[in-house]
Structures are given as structure tokens and as C-alpha cells.
Design a protein around this ligand. Structure first.
Ligand code: GLN
Length: 284
């Protein structure tokens, strides 16, 4: 095969990627690819422009590029993502953690860091990024996490092991539960909240590749997870709730939680300026 230099490859690669993605995203995807296949950090690419790409590397590049051109998320292609400064394994059984969820975790850590021993439960844990990050930053917390999906729990357990955090995982369809198995001081959840009617706003990389189970709720009853979790939390002695929300339904969610008897309800914006998080307290 003729020699292929990184400079030339960059051109070919970006030409193809910009047919599907905008310029900024195409460049960012190219950087992810180079870092993965060649091991160079983005800043070094310029310096390495004359580097010759080996046949094996080219094969790997092309394989990953063809998946990107089908709008498969880069995180599934590489098998990992970054969350709260750490690397987490992801696969199509779990939602790719979003930067908004990092803000939720940051809020919880700030609120709980002065608390003594506490028991925390994350409902619908997916990759396990929430409980693992909480356990790491709140060493006084005993952390539990559940999900309806066996495959998600397997991956979450793998992530917990990599990060050397002890999380008590259990499989549970939360909608089928009458009572939580024990008392928790804090319940966290980023449940499915995207209404079917919002699908038209979504990108094909999300719609065609991420698990529907983790994303969607019906137009008819979009707050079902918040209602169920709050009802379960209400049966606890004293419990704090932290939720990630559908930005369009933030006020409705607040009302629902207030009607169920919770107090000190606070809504919070995400970095994009959308009402995205909620905190509430149940004092019995
Ligand atoms: N924020 C995610 C998205 O926009 C959805 C997360 C969720 O449904 N819990 O795709």
C-alpha cells in the first residue's frame, strides 16, 4: 500500500465526516479517532502531520470512520466516555452520560459532603456513573443503585470495579415496587423523561443508537417515574430527593412533588440555561 501521511488522511477523513456532521463536530470526532488509533493528543496532531499511517492503523481508522458515518455515537465506537473527569465504559445497553448529569452529581456532592453516614440510592443507574462518582467523592456514604436492565447492571458493576468503589447493585423494575427494601437518606434519579413528541428534536445518533428504555416516556403520562419514586420516598422516614428533569416539564414536576407532600423544593438550571434539576425534602 502507498504511504499515507496523517496530513493527507486528515483531509480525507474530514471531507467524509463533514458530509454528515458540522465542521466543529467533524474535527472533534477526528481528534477522538486519532487519539484512539495513534495515541496522539489533539494538540500534537499538528506536530505529527508527517507521520506515516501503518496498514493496520488505517484499517482501524476506516472501520471506526464507517461507523461514525452511520451516526453511531463515538462513545459506543470507542467503548468509553468521560464523566466527572473519569473514564467510564459504555455500550448500547446504557445511555451515554451527559454533561448535565455531571452537574447533578456536583450539586449532590456539594449538598452532602458535610453529612455524616448516609445511605444513597440511585434509581435507573445505567452505566453506574452517578453512584460511582458519588461514592468516590462522599466516602461516608453507603451507595446503592438499581436498574431494570441486567445488561446495564453488568456494565455498571464492571465500572464500579474499575473505579474500586463498593456499590450495592440490584435489579428492579421500580414501577413494580410497593416499598423500597430499606430506608435511604437520599434518592437520586435521572429516569427516562423524553416524551415521544420530542423525538423530532433529537439527533439520529441518539434516536437510532441509544436505548429507548432509558430515554422515552409516553406523551400521556410523562412524569410516571417521578411520581412513583416520590411515592416510594414518601414512605421513608426522612428522605431527600435529587432528580434530573425534562426541561419542558420542570414546573409540572415540581407541582407533582409538592402535591405528594415534599417541602423545600428547589429547581436548578443546567449550563445551557434549561431548568434541569430538582431537589426536595420529605420530613415526617
Ligand atoms: N438528556 C437526555 C437526552 O437529551 C435524556 C436523559 C433521560 O431521558 N433521562 O437525550
Amino acid at each position: 500500500m502507498a504511504q499515507l501521511h496523517l496530513r493527507k488522511y486528515r483531509e480525507d477523513c474530514l471531507k467524509q465526516l463533514t458530509e454528515v456532521y458540522d465542521q466543529a463536530e467533524a474535527e472533534s470526532l477526528y481528534h477522538w479517532l486519532v487519539e484512539e488509533v495513534l495515541g496522539y493528543r489533539a494538540l500534537d496532531h499538528q506536530l505529527q502531520a508527517d507521520v506515516e499511517i501503518q496498514d493496520q492503523q488505517l484499517k482501524e481508522f476506516q472501520l471506526k470512520l464507517s461507523r461514525l458515518l452511520k451516526q453511531e455515537p463515538i462513545q459506543y465506537i470507542l467503548g468509553y466516555t468521560e464523566f466527572y473527569g473519569e473514564r467510564f465504559k459504555v455500550n448500547p445497553s446504557v445511555l451515554i452520560p451527559r454533561p448535565e448529569t455531571e452537574e447533578l452529581v456536583e450539586w449532590i456532592i456539594a449538598e452532602l459532603k458535610t453529612h455524616q453516614a448516609i445511605k444513597v440510592l440511585d434509581i435507573g443507574t445505567g452505566s453506574g456513573c452517578i453512584p460511582i462518582t458519588l461514592a468516590k467523592h462522599l466516602p461516608q456514604a453507603e451507595v446503592y443503585a438499581c436498574d431494570i436492565s441486567t445488561k446495564a447492571l453488568q456494565l455498571a458493576a464492571e465500572n464500579a470495579k474499575t473505579h474500586q468503589q463498593k456499590i450495592h447493585f440490584f435489579e428492579q423494575d421500580i414501577l413494580q415496587l410497593e416499598q423500597l427494601p430499606q430506608d435511604f437518606d437520599v434518592i437520586v434519579s435521572n429516569p427516562p423523561y423524553v416524551r415521544e413528541l420530542e423525538q423530532s428534536e433529537m439527533q439520529p445518533n441518539v434516536l437510532d443508537h441509544e436505548p429507548e428504555l432509558a430515554l422515552f416516556v409516553s406523551n400521556r403520562d410523562p412524569l410516571l417515574f417521578y411520581r412513583k419514586i416520590t411515592q416510594l420516598a414518601k414512605k421513608q422516614t426522612s428522605c431527600k430527593l435529587f432528580f434530573e428533569l425534562n426541561q419542558y416539564l420542570a414546573e409540572d414536576t415540581k407541582q407533582l412533588i409538592e402535591d405528594l407532600g415534599f417541602i423545600e423544593i428547589e429547581l436548578k438550571h443546567d449550563f445551557r440555561g434549561n431548568l434541569r434539576f430538582l431537589k426536595a425534602l420529605n420530613k415526617s
